[in-house]
Write a protein that binds this ligand. Structure first.
Ligand code: CO
Length: 346
């Protein structure tokens, strides 16, 4: 599963440009002998079971990125952000641009102190409008020759690192970890023949406002919905003291309350019972942001957002625990078995 996650992290999928990661996941689903479907907005879906309540597991396959908005006469690129990238994390980074002629590498340059004058404010954050992507060319024509066009997407180069305790750090752990969990749960459930219909959704455009989730919720109106996403932990240094500690490695967190949703108290109870019976540690969390669960809940599902604790969300060093990933997959398998059992016994 760790290997699957690492591979997924390295496949780009900027919101609205998810084709590469979608095709990667499609191949993984088809390897299991299961048909994968794609809907109009671009969600990838896989289904198992033909009777019983509808359970939906969702993880978003889109990630933060940048898009080319203009090619300057000097060959450099102007950009616009896709999703909530923090301007403070932009300068000094390497980007991989997806073009018609393949991947082009660029760097997000910064004026060095050697060239600064009195009028330069060294403490000011360089905002995205001021950032230029240097692709090593001197003219617009040269840049166009590389294949770069306006609207081409790019991601910050991924650099996977491990901290002690099996903690993976990279850009894009949000939400490739959820995507890997769904593949794992699908693999575990496919031959079980449980009286429950499970729909796995790898959603698109979560970072732009839960767009893919709305379509899947509207189309399938599930009875139960679990949004599997990363959730900002509070155990790193300098993370404030507003929230109770949620630790990396101490288990998935029930994300009960965020900016757009309050999760189902009934599912909280159910998950607490399942976790206890299976000896899976659980944590609880609240905080800003939201998940695909908020959108699907609007169509009547009992909803729970399962948060995999993660430090430094939306930065190039998002860190999360491999153990939490494994425990989340186990919890989802066990809760499906429990829903099937409850249904069987009326
Ligand atoms: Co996310």
């Amino acid at each position: 599963m760790k290997e699957l996650l690492e591979e997924m992290i390295n496949v780009p999928g900027v919101s609205g440009y998810e084709e590469d990661i979608r095709e990667y996941i499609r191949a993984k689903v088809e390897e299991l002998g299961i048909e994968a479907e794609e809907d109009n907005i671009g969600n990838l879906l896989a289904k198992v079971g033909d009777k019983g309540p509808v359970v939906m597991f969702m993880a978003h396959m889109d990630e933060l990125g940048l898009v080319v908005t203009k090619i300057e006469d000097d060959g450099s690129l102007r950009i616009r952000k896709v999703g909530g990238i923090d301007d403070r994390t932009l300068v000094g980074r390497v980007v991989k641009i997806k073009t018609q002629k393949g991947t082009v590498t660029g760097v997000l340059g910064l004026k060095p102190p050697h060239l600064m004058t009195e009028s330069d404010d060294r403490k000011k954050v360089v905002s995205w409008e001021e950032v230029r992507v240097d692709v090593g060319t001197r003219s617009k024509k040269e840049t166009e020759k590389l294949g770069v066009r306006v609207l081409d997407p790019m991601v910050l180069k991924k650099d996977i690192t491990y901290l002690p305790g099996n903690i993976i750090c990279s850009r894009g752990v949000d939400d490739r970890m959820g995507c890997a969990i769904l593949v794992e749960v699908l693999k575990a459930l496919k031959d079980k023949k449980l009286p429950v219909r499970v729909i796995f959704v790898w959603s698109v455009q979560e970072e732009l406002g839960l767009k893919g989730a709305k379509v899947a919720g509207f189309t399938y109106r599930p009875d139960f919905m679990f949004a599997i996403d990363t959730m900002t932990s509070t155990d790193g240094p300098k993370q404030g003291d507003t929230y109770e500690k949620v630790f990396l490695g101490d288990g998935p967190a029930l994300r009960m309350f965020d900016n757009y949703a309050i999760a189902s108290p009934k599912l909280r109870k159910l998950l607490e019972e399942v976790a206890k019976a299976s000896k899976i540690p659980l944590q609880y969390g609240s905080g800003g942001g939201t998940t695909d669960g908020a959108a699907v809940q609007d169509f009547g599902a009992l909803m729970m957002a399962i948060g995999i604790p993660m430090r430094y969300t939306h930065s190039p060093t998002e860190c999360a625990s491999i153990k939490d990933m494994e425990n989340t997959a186990k919890l989802m398998l066990k809760v499906t078995e429990r829903i099937a059992k409850d249904f069987k016994h009326g």
